[in-house]
Write a protein that binds this ligand. Structure first.
Ligand code: ADP
Ligand code: ADP
Length: 224
């Protein structure tokens, strides 16, 4: 069947800056891979290319055998809604919706009926230990709670790949470790792969494998 997601020789420039310069990446179903490296090395750009958020100038990204750049915009956005889930440093929750509504939103967009989406949202809030803030808006909860809600939202839609960019970057170490524990446990239970961008060894410790990005090139340190 081959790997779930692969990238070969990715190249992406911003003006004179080569953010990616020949980066390679591969991840299997259910695998948790930490993407590490210094600030500005190209980690976020790699994640955005893998998720089809930006299109590289060179190289290819294949998801389950399909090349992302060969898809239409509509196909790519369908993929991002259905198969991919996202957790970023600042939760990106919709401020006008309650926490429960935020979690239900991707399910609703994927066609799940309201009742089912609501009960699924509450189930995931319980698992992430934030069911007490279900009726609060994101601005009314703590950073740790907001990030758990963001993780619940990403997982409730049952993605095959979760893209997490510094998911604990805004949290203290205790909350960060708890969020990582909950995220990785739920990912393993649902066999979701996780692309985990972090510069913290403590966070990377939750992964199966570490890849280091330096000067726009990614290297698997286990095979270096
Ligand atoms: P990291 O996530 O490792 O910190 P990034 O992928 O964000 O690295 O950035 C890689 C390089 O590309 C950096 O030099 C950064 O300044 C540059 N870069 C990233 N995004 C943009 C952008 N939208 N416009 C201009 N330069 C960018
Ligand atoms: P956590 O351990 O998740 O970071 P805190 O100990 O920071 O939680 O917060 C405890 C309580 O205080 C939470 O129930 C939350 O609703 C409330 N709270 C924390 N930070 C904020 C904030 N910035 N705005 C509003 N309420 C907050």
């Amino acid at each position: 069947t081959g790997p779930l997601l692969t990238a070969t020789r990715l190249r992406k420039t911003y003006g004179p800056t080569a953010a990616l310069n020949g980066a390679e990446f591969t991840i299997d179903s259910g695998e948790i891979v930490a993407v590490m490296g210094p600030s500005g090395s190209g980690k976020s750009t790699l994640l955005h290319c893998l998720a089809g958020i930006i299109t590289p100038e060179g190289g290819t990204v294949h998801y389950r055998g399909h090349e992302l750049s060969a898809m239409s915009d509509a196909q790519r956005s369908k993929l991002r809604r259905g198969d991919f889930g996202f957790v970023f440093q600042f939760g990106q929750l919709v401020p006008e919706l309650t926490c429960a509504e935020n979690i239900a939103l991707p399910l609703r967009l994927a066609g799940t009926n309201r009742k089912e989406a609501e009960s699924c949202a509450l189930e995931w809030m319980a698992r992430l230990e934030v069911d007490d803030v279900r009726s609060k808006r994101p601005g009314q909860v703590s950073g740790g709670q907001g990030q758990r809600v963001a993780v619940a939202r990403a997982l409730a839609a049952r993605p095959r790949v979760i893209f997490a960019d510094e998911p604990t970057g805004a949290l203290d170490s205790l909350n960060g470790e708890r969020v990582m524990e909950l995220l990785t446990t739920a990912a393993r239970e649902t066999n979701a792969a996780v692309v985990l961008v972090t510069h913290e060894a403590r966070v990377a410790a939750y992964s199966d494998r570490e890849v280091v990005v330096r000067d726009g090139q990614a290297r698997d340190i286990t095979s270096a």
